[in-house]
Design a protein around this ligand. Structure first.
Ligand SMILES: [Zn+2]
Length: 295
């Protein structure tokens, strides 16, 4: 059913998405995945899934991120965060090779309270950040980092200012991702690298769990509204002057821990672990990480 036929004109006026934000011309269709806000919408051309939430629901969900702790990892996961972030940044260094003399300039978009900036500084990058949530940005500034509080385009960075841009767990929150990637393209040096991660809506997890998957949850995930697959992510990258240099997906899950009994959760977790290698090989894992190169 086409979106415009779904439930009348009044609802459409306030809906966050009335067309695919990746610029496709086809109408959005309703999918069979029904969430609290209504059915997820699907772009027939690029397969992007989109929340049918209103502007008000979206803005309320985004407020979750404005706390002074921001996304500082909890003590028990700090070591893991450091390890994962280091691996990603070292991969960007390998892709860059000897293109620029050190220190390489890195910008973290959506830097929150600065956890990634600290790891980047340790690796020898000259890091800075952009963060829209003022309390989290202040925490990063107090730690000594250069952080602009506002939207990326408002920071008015110079052309070709950065070697690496990171935007982790960000694009699924955006209603206009083309604007963000176009601005990243402008401020990256030629052949510079943009690293993104986002839930994979084409994953086995999304296919099996559907509306039960936390990745689709608007309020608990602080405003997840736009769900990429490897195909739609490549579409976004290509439209903004990037090529996908490397794409990896990992992890399979069949239930959230709060949805089933502990023993069932344990069994499903083992099944997920068994399937994690084929999922990675086939790009069917639910955590998607992409290294995009400025063309
Ligand atoms: Zn589309």
């Amino acid at each position: 059913m086409a979106l415009r036929e779904m439930d009348g004109a009044t609802l459409l006026q306030d809906r966050l998405f009335d067309r695919c934000p990746l610029g496709c011309s086809d109408d959005l269709q309703t999918s069979a995945i029904i969430l609290t806000e209504g059915p997820l919408l699907r772009c027939a051309m690029c397969s992007q899934l989109l929340s049918s939430c209103t502007h008000g629901q979206y803005e309320r969900a985004l407020k979750k991120w404005d706390s002074s702790n921001g996304t500082i990892p909890a003590a028990q996961s700090a070591a893991r965060f450091q390890q994962v972030t280091e691996r990603r940044l070292r991969c960007a260094l390998r892709l860059l090779g000897r293109l620029s003399p050190p220190p390489l300039r890195l910008l973290d978009v959506g830097c929150s309270s600065g956890a990634l900036l600290a790891v980047a500084a340790k690796l020898g990058f000259s890091p800075s950040g952009v963060e829209i949530a003022s309390k989290a940005a202040e925490t990063a500034q107090r730690a000594g980092f250069e952080v602009f509080c506002g939207m990326l385009h408002e920071a008015r960075f110079a052309d070709e200012a950065f070697d690496v841009i990171t935007a982790f767990e960000l694009i699924e929150h955006l209603n206009a991702p083309l604007l963000l990637l176009s601005e990243c393209h402008r401020i990256l040096k030629p052949e510079g690298v943009l690293i993104l991660n986002t839930p994979n809506a084409g994953s086995w997890t999304a296919g099996v769990m559907r509306e039960c998957w936390d990745g689709f949850n608007l309020s608990s995930m602080g405003g997840h509204v736009s769900f990429f697959s490897p195909r739609s992510l490549a579409n976004l990258a290509g439209q903004c002057g990037f090529r996908v240099e490397r794409l990896e997906t990992r992890r399979v899950r069949f239930a959230e821990s709060h949805q089933v009994s502990p023993i069932v959760y344990r069994i499903l977790k083992i099944m997920g672990e068994v399937l994690s290698i084929p999922a990675s090989l086939l790009n069917k894992g639910h955590d998607m990480l992409a290294f995009l190169r400025k063309m």
